[in-house]
Design a protein around this ligand. Structure first.
Ligand code: IPM
Ligand code: MG
Length: 365
């Protein structure tokens, strides 16, 4: 089959890791008889440099016209980059938020899985790791604090900033349904995370999740307060299957979950709407400190491409092959610097971004 893939390489390590994911897609094409056509799309700092804005209307139109979009990362050093001297709506991140909103990408899936081979890179003690863990963070992506009204103004002579956290029941219901649907294909457990002891938006969240849960009698579900969830993730990560949560909590918890898997360089993500379209990106950032050095871990981006094969193109066999190749490359002892073990370094080989991509391609069968 033929597929049109929009490619947002972006800033920092983005272009380096996206190149490896494209290599992998091309290899999948060769082995399984598909063709992937790519169209480069500008977003983030590189778009600011070229056009003055982080996302143009043409870029949105190009993304919409593709079957799916593969993305690297956007943004730079927030303390030193001139992009952060611009007004907030012209900064790199504003491009990503605008794209998510324009394409209605309300469901963000972030799988956090501990590979047997990476137990060494996991910062948790062995007795906590136990048999490992495998969770899916379902983050609502187009509502909440990220998209509520905001302003900074002087009130009675005092500078005051306001961000608004809004959710309506429809926004909660559609993400909750997605969460329960995904749970049905996994271990059938949903942990809905909120702050219902303080926030109205969370109390509504809880009520709607309970209504949705009635349609999924096979799924066990529980509510958990977000502060407790942050603690449970490092105390007993094995308890989680699907974590269902709002935008801001999901942003924070997914970084935490990625770190307990060993490295944020391993965490893929898919942002989906009601159609087959999706935006696929590693959960990590642009890592400007290591950009251009050829040492970034491309695995999260490669696994995001595998999610693209699975969710947007219905190519499950192909997605399995990519995931298996990643497992195999780790088994064979290849590591980028971020997932190098603390001890027994002699048992593995450190490789750079491009070599990691090549070795994964070799293992796609
Ligand atoms: C993420 C990122 C973004 C977010 C930033 C870059 C706006 O941290 O995808 O998790 O906060 O959603
Ligand atoms: Mg984040």
């Amino acid at each position: 089959m033929e597929f049109q893939v929009g490619v947002i390489a972006g800033d920092g390590i983005g272009p380096e890791v996206v190149a490896e994911a494209q290599k992998v897609l091309n290899k999948v094409g060769e082995v399984f008889g598909h063709r992937f056509h790519y169209e480069a799309i500008l977003m983030g700092g590189c778009s600011i440099d070229a056009t003055g804005v982080p996302l143009t209307d043409e870029a949105i139109a190009a993304a919409k016209a593709s079957d799916a979009v593969l993305m690297g990362s956007i943004g730079g050093n927030t303390q030193t980059s001139p992009w952060y001297q611009l007004p907030p709506q012209l900064r790199p991140e504003a491009g990503l938020l605008k794209l998510r909103k324009s394409l209605n990408l309300f469901a963000n899936l972030r799988p956090a899985y501990l590979y047997e081979e990476l137990k060494e890179a996991c910062p948790l003690r062995d007795n906590i790791i136990g048999d490992g863990f495998d969770m899916m963070i379902m983050r609502e992506l187009t509502g909440g604090l990220y998209f509520g009204e905001r302003k900074t103004e002087e009130v009675d002579g005092v500078m005051t900033a306001v961000d608004t956290l809004t959710y309506n029941e429809n926004e909660i219901r559609r993400i909750a349904k997605r969460g329960f649907d995904i749970a049905m294909k996994r271990r059938k457990k949903v942990t809905s995370v909120d702050k219902a002891n303080v926030l109205d938006s969370s109390r509504l969240w809880r009520k709607v999740v309970e209504e949705v849960a009635k349609d999924y009698p096979e799924v066990t579900y529980e509510h958990m307060l977000v502060d407790n969830c942050a603690m449970q993730l490092v105390k007993n990560p094995g308890q989680f299957d699907v974590i269902l949560t709002e935008n801001m909590f999901g942003d924070i918890l997914s970084d935490e979950a990625s770190m307990v898997t060993g490295s944020i360089g391993m965490l893929s993500s898919a942002s989906l709407n009601d159609t087959k379209f999706g935006l696929y990106e590693p959960s990590g950032g642009s890592a400007p400190d290591i950009a251009g050095k050829g040492i970034a871990n491309p695995i999260a981006t490669i696994l995001s491409a595998a999610m693209m094969l699975r969710y947007s193109f219905d190519l499950d066999k192909e997605a399995d092959a990519v995931e298996e190749a990643v497992r195999q490359v780790l088994k064979d002892g290849y590591r980028t610097i971020d997932i190098m073990p603390q001890k027994d370094k002699e048992t593995v080989t450190q490789v750079g971004t491009a070599k990691m991509g090549d070795f994964i391609c070799e293992r796609i069968k």
